[in-house]
Design a protein around this ligand. Sequence first.
Ligand SMILES: Cc1ncc(COP(=O)(O)O)c(C=O)c1O
Length: 376
Amino acid sequence: MTQHKAFEQPIYVTRPLLPNLSEIHVKLEEVWQSQWLTNIGKQHKQLEKRTTEVLKVPYLSLFNNGTIGLITACQSLRLQGEVITTPFTFAATPHVLMWNNIKPIFCDIDPITMNIDADKIESMITPQTTGILPVHVFGTPCDVEKIQEVADRYGLKIVYDAAHAFGVEINGVGIGNFGDISMMSFHATKLFHTVEGGALTYRDKHLKDRIDLLKNFGIKGQEEVVMPGINGKMNEIQAAIGLVVLNYIEEERRKRAILIDTYRRCLMDVEGISFLSDIAGVKSNSQYFVMRISEKIFGRSRNYVYDEFMKYNVFTRKYFYPLCSEYTCYRHLPSSSMVNLPVAHKVVQEVLSMPLYGELTVNEVEKICDILKSFQ
Ligand SMILES: Cc1ncc(COP(=O)(O)O)c(C=O)c1O
């Protein structure tokens, strides 16, 4: 067995995309000159226009973060009662339902895509169900057609948590066009970011007024407040940074795609390691490289691999372990029971998110893969 040396510097799962500081300075100069720091200024308007174009959606509203955007999406569609979602996601997904006084109902996931299993949604519907909140996990699109078909049959709304899916397209259609509303996160760890931030995308032009009012306390005019809104506004500094970052994402995506190819090439013959291939018709955003480790076949568990990697200064992540249905605040729900979620319980023991960011080199990825093979 080859003995590998640990990396001298820690290799984390990701690195934020940081444009040249001088370009940020130029943008900040503009903000300073304008003396307008928040409340839908020039930078906000520009970023809203540009992200609408990049995402190929008819309407878009920027937010100060994705979570507030998702809370507002549920408010704008007046969701209540129960909403069906996935347990294999980040904490924010079920939490936004709770913040809307809605009961999350966990549905099992697809064993391949790890997204909500569209064939199982119908069995989770009750007279209290008002909507479905699927997640395009790691940017892999959900079965949008089947989900729409179930929603139409039962008169349910669909809000997609597209936090990971900036720039993903299905047959040339921006991912933000599916369902009633989609939420993208612009958090620093995402491919496109505004440090913190997010957006809602939708096709119904009547939603634009309502969402934009809701994100600004429901303030319609200087002397008129028409609904109980929240402070969801993206400020000018966030928007200015976003306008610069936007110029770099295509290059970043290309670099990550090369690294993903490298992971796939180095790992394709390793028994017990699996990963998703490209999906026909889907333009990926190459944001993550996530693999699955079958303990039975690989001979080592995901937890073993995660712990051993740290000895080599490689910091992977067990996204999304534990399942949301295992959190103390959701464990008591009937839909959280293990018998309802057998696939999610298996998948969550196998997944490992591997380091991926544009500044990582092909050599480093090859070494990471060699280290992994040495664990067998
Ligand atoms: C699946 C998912 N949903 C929601 C969020 C929340 O987005 P934000 O951090 O922008 O509030 C995140 C992540 O950060 C996420 O990964």
